[in-house]
Every structure is written in structure tokens, then in C-alpha cells.
Design a protein around this ligand. Structure first.
Ligand SMILES: Nc1ncnc2c1ncn2[C@@H]1O[C@H](COP(=O)(O)OP(=O)(O)O)[C@@H](O)[C@H]1O
Ligand SMILES: [Mg+2]
Length: 525
């Protein structure tokens, strides 16, 4: 075997920050290579250099043994390297085949004698046929004439992949391709990757999900803090535990261990017939009812954009409902101001930690009390007690393992995981009756994720109620006691978290299945 792509001493700096440090990477023709690493490890930066989006600060790149310099993705594609990003770049109003050929359309030709002249007209018929053949060849379930806007996320991703195959790339780079997919689509994609390999394609897949790596990779390269730690063969010795340890640099507990404490029977939060319309007048939350009890974590599973964000806005006073009621220990709290909610014992971990959860320019100490700053511990007769605020910071930093480089830096100087720990520390330390948490570990590294999971479970075991929205299905399943599935603004299923399978959840998430009678309606309270 010979290397199709080789990186030698590749370094990328952004200002004084080194995102990729002296990377040596060699990918063999026809292999499936996984690149794994925690958030911020430098995976996308490395791939962006292979794809011509970024130029290396130092080092060189070889394609089939020849030194190459890519000034743009166009150069990379011409050489034979294609990349599909996490966020798709398709035109929703165009069809599948139009999107695939976009940018390299085939012109109609005119034959004069034995000369061919390109006419300024696009040969739609021929293009469509080529795309149709390609769909057949790779056995992708797609219709060339469907409009992108009518397609599922999984299908849109297949279009992006075909777009690259149409350009006859030899190496296909997929950056976090499964982050947006439901379990069935993940399985399909992994099967496709196996097909592509069989047909001779080289695939580089970036992911942080270790079970997916195990299912599709021949070899695995691990990155940590801008460095390529090692490349190993995906065999039985390459266990998920070993890979996680290589990624983090220390042993990590991959499985969350629950206490086994039974769910209580006293309801804490009772949501009834909650509905809301968005700014365009579309009903985005539709007659949602559920109850959360003491010692219970209720998880919400759903594809993003099915009303989860709005549901959280409603519960946290950021959006007006059109109908419904929300009771915390029988007190109506719907439409309360965030300040009142906090006094009533509602802890909030918002979806967008930077926009809604933190004030970036303020120091960690201030962020650790914001929203709770009027509590008697920090404020006497309208005056802030700065000594106490600093003391609280020192306690929280220790208790919640917040890694800071200076004594009290602004939150903007913290990594995503540590910024999230500031929110978790603030909300949990103020003793909430119910915690409303949205995407609590999004973009957070494995080490901090482990810590946040344990903190949430500990809160539950103290008799509190937790409402957990997450697009990481495995997170919902491993933390929650009960799971409700949301689709198109409605709750379409309710399950015991332990016994329900990922596939079953996927069927409800995609809208393919729906329960008729839901226990949550009206009152299992
Ligand atoms: N254009 C840029 N300017 C400055 N810093 C960047 C830029 N792109 C990435 N980084 C930084 O480089 C590091 C690696 O980022 P990235 O390659 O996206 O990591 P990964 O894909 O492994 O999560 C991060 O700390 C990120 O903030
Ligand atoms: Mg990335």
C-alpha cells in the first residue's frame, strides 16, 4: 500500500496560538481513517489544510507522493480530495441534481466537422443522467429531481457526498458527519462508508463518538491539544476506554453510574397543555404536557428544531405561551421573570451558554453569582460583599473543578468545558428544586462531560427534579429515568429510559411512529 495523503511537520498557528503542532500523518489509499479528539483538539484545522481552506504555517503536504499546495478547495478537489462539512452548503430551492452539478455545469456542445464547440447553454438532460447513474452506482436512496428543502438531514448529507463523488475525488473527508443524524441514519452512513471503501475510495472520518469509530475505521489517529498523539489499528485492543484515555490524557469513566435510587412519587414540575407560536405565527410547541417527580430526570429526545428550544424558552420565561400552565410544587410559574424563577427554585442551564448563560467580559467570580447576586450572602443593604464573592469563587472553582489560568479571569479566557462548568456550578450550588438543562455538555470535552453528568445525577439523588434536553441521544438515555420524544412541537412518545432502544427512539424522533395515548397527558401525577 502507498500513502495517498501525507502531511509532514504540518503546523498551523492562529496568531500566537498553535492549533496544529508538527503533525505527521500518512493515509493509505483505500483505507478508512478515523481522526478522533476532544473538542478543540485541532481536527477540523488539520482537515481544512488538506482541503485547501487553510494554508499551513509550516510543513508540507503530499498527494500520491508529490508535494502539493492548495490555495482553495477548488485546488484540492482538482487534485482529488473532497470534504463534507458538518453544516451543509446546499441550495434549498434547487433540486438534488442541480445542487450536485452546481459550479461545474456541462455545456451543450455543437459539432462542426470534427470540432466540438461549447455552447452557452447548460446540458440539463445529460447532467441529470450522469447524476442518476451515479446515484445508482453508489446505491444512494435519492431522487435527482427532489428539492433539497424537502429532504431529511440524512438525505441532504448523501447529496453532499455525491457532490464530491461527482467531482471524482479519491479521498473523501467527512467532518463530524453523524452529529446531525438519527440512529438509523448513522447506521446507513456507516454502511455507505463500507461500500465506498469496497469501491476503492479512501475515507477520512472525523468524529468523537467512539462506537462509530469502532464500527467503520481501519485505523484511528488520535489528536490532543493540537498534536497527533498516535495512530493505531482498529482491532480488539483498541477499546473505547483506551481511545478515550488517549484523547483525554488520563483514564475516563465512559459509563455514567447511577445510584439506583428509585424515582419519587411527589410531582415537582407539572406542565400542562403548553402551546406557543413563533414570530412567524407558526405553532412550534403544541399541547405539551408532562410531569417530573422528585428524584427524577426526564429527558427529551428529538431532532434539533422540533420545538425543544422554544419549550425551554417557555419554561424559563423567555417566550410567551398561547396556552398552558407550568406548576412548580403547585405554584404557577408560567410567565414569571427569570429573577422570580430563580427565587422559586428553578435552576437553568441554557442552550446557548455564551448568549444566555454567561457574561463573557466579566470575571468568573461575577458570573458565578449572576442572577443570584441579591442573595443575602453576597449583598447586604444593597452593597455587594466582594470578599464573599471571591470566597464563593474559590469554593466553586475547587468543588466544580473549573480550570482557570489566572486568579479571576474573564469567562472569555476559559475553554468551552470550563465555561460550562461555571454555569453548572452557579445553578447547582444555589439549591434548585428543579434544574432545566439544555445541551449541558455540547462542545464540552469528555473529562468535563463526565463531571457534569455526575453533578446532574447527584442533584437528582438529592430529591430534585431535572428536565434534560440534549441532541446527544446517548446522553439522554444514560442520564434520564424517563424519556419523552418531541417531534414537530408535540410529544409523540414516552419511554422508560433503561428499556427503550436507540432505534425505537429514532423511529419516533423522525416522525415515523407515534403513540396514541400518552401517560403524561393530564396526569400520571
Ligand atoms: N480561524 C481560527 N482562528 C483562531 N483560532 C482558531 C481558528 N480555527 C480554529 N481555531 C482554534 O484552534 C483550535 C482547534 O480548533 P478545531 O480544529 O476546530 O478543533 P476540533 O475540530 O478538533 O474541535 C481551537 O482552540 C480553536 O478555537
Ligand atoms: Mg471540528
Amino acid at each position: 500500500m502507498s500513502a495517498i495523503i501525507e502531511a509532514r511537520h504540518l503546523t498551523k498557528r492562529f496568531g500566537i496560538f498553535t492549533a496544529n503542532n508538527d503533525i505527521n500523518l500518512s493515509v493509505q489509499e483505500g483505507e478508512v481513517r478515523a481522526i478522533i479528539g476532544e473538542n478543540g483538539a485541532g481536527k477540523t484545522t488539520l482537515m481544512n489544510m488538506l482541503y485547501g481552506i487553510l494554508q499551513p504555517t509550516e510543513g508540507e503536504l503530499l498527494f500520491k507522493g508529490q508535494p502539493v499546495q492548495f490555495h482553495s478547495p477548488k485546488d484540492a478537489i482538482e487534485a482529488g480530495i473532497g470534504m463534507v462539512h458538518q453544516h451543509f452548503k446546499l441550495s434549498p430551492s434547487l433540486t438534488v441534481y442541480e445542487n450536485i452539478v452546481l459550479g461545474i455545469e456541462t455545456n451543450k456542445k455543437l459539432k462542426i466537422g470534427n470540432k466540438e464547440i461549447n455552447l452557452p447553454l447548460i446540458d440539463n438532460k445529460r447532467e441529470r443522467k450522469v447524476v442518476e447513474d451515479l446515484i445508482q452506482k453508489y446505491n444512494f436512496s435519492l431522487n435527482p429531481d427532489d428539492k433539497i428543502r424537502d429532504l431529511s438531514i440524512g438525505a441532504r448529507q448523501r447529496v453532499e457526498i455525491l457532490k464530491m463523488l461527482y467531482r471524482q475525488v479519491k479521498v473523501l473527508i467527512l467532518d463530524e458527519p453523524t452529529a446531525v443524524l438519527i440512529p438509523q441514519e448513522v447506521e446507513e452512513l456507516i454502511a455507505k462508508i463500507h461500500d465506498l471503501k469496497r469501491m476503492g475510495q479512501t475515507v477520512i472520518i472525523i468524529t468523537h463518538k467512539l462506537n462509530e469509530v469502532k464500527a467503520c475505521a481501519d485505523t484511528i489517529s488520535v489528536m490532543r491539544r493540537g498534536q497527533l498523539i498516535d495512530t493505531i489499528v482498529n482491532d480488539d485492543a483498541a477499546t473505547a476506554e483506551k481511545l478515550a484515555e488517549m484523547m483525554v490524557g488520563r483514564p475516563v469513566l465512559l459509563r455514567v453510574s447511577k445510584s439506583g435510587k428509585p424515582v419519587g412519587d411527589k410531582p415537582v414540575l407539572e406542565v400542562r397543555h403548553l402551546s406557543a407560536k413563533n414570530a412567524e405565527g407558526r405553532e412550534v410547541v403544541r399541547d405539551v404536557s408532562f410531569t417530573i417527580h422528585e428524584n427524577e430526570i426526564l429527558g427529551v429526545a428529538g431532532i434539533e428544531g422540533n420545538g425543544q428550544t422554544e419549550l425551554m424558552y417557555l419554561l424559563t420565561g423567555l417566550m410567551k405561551p398561547t396556552a398552558g400552565s407550568v406548576k412548580l410544587r403547585s405554584k404557577e410559574i408560567l410567565n414569571e421573570w427569570p429573577d422570580e424563577l430563580r427565587r422559586d427554585g428553578v435552576g437553568v442551564v441554557p442552550e446557548d451558554r455564551y448568549k444566555q448563560g454567561l457574561c463573557l467580559s466579566l470575571p468568573v467570580s461575577n458570573n458565578l453569582i449572576s442572577g443570584y447576586h441579591r442573595r443575602s450572602r453576597f449583598c447586604h443593604a444593597g452593597l455587594m460583599d466582594y470578599k464573599e464573592i471571591q470566597k464563593n469563587k474559590d469554593e466553586m472553582v475547587k468543588l466544580y473543578d473549573i480550570r482557570i489560568s489566572a486568579d479571576d479571569p474573564p469567562v472569555s479566557a476559559l475553554s468551552g468545558g470550563n465555561a460550562q462548568k461555571v454555569i453548572i456550578a452557579r445553578e447547582l450550588s444555589n439549591g434548585p428544586e428543579v434544574l432545566l438543562a439544555s445541551q449541558p455538555t455540547r462542545g464540552v470535552d469528555i473529562g468535563a462531560t463526565e463531571f457534569i453528568h455526575r453533578s446532574i445525577l447527584a442533584l437528582r439523588d438529592q430529591g430534585k427534579a431535572v428536565f434534560l434536553i440534549s441532541s446527544e441521544l446517548s446522553e439522554v438515555k444514560s442520564l434520564a429515568d424517563r424519556i419523552i420524544v418531541i417531534h414537530d412541537g408535540r410529544i409523540v412518545g414516552e419511554f422508560d429510559a433503561e428499556s427503550v432502544s436507540f432505534n425505537e427512539l429514532g423511529l419516533y424522533m423522525s416522525g415515523a411512529k407515534e403513540m396514541k395515548q400518552l401517560a403524561g397527558e393530564g396526569g400520571n401525577a
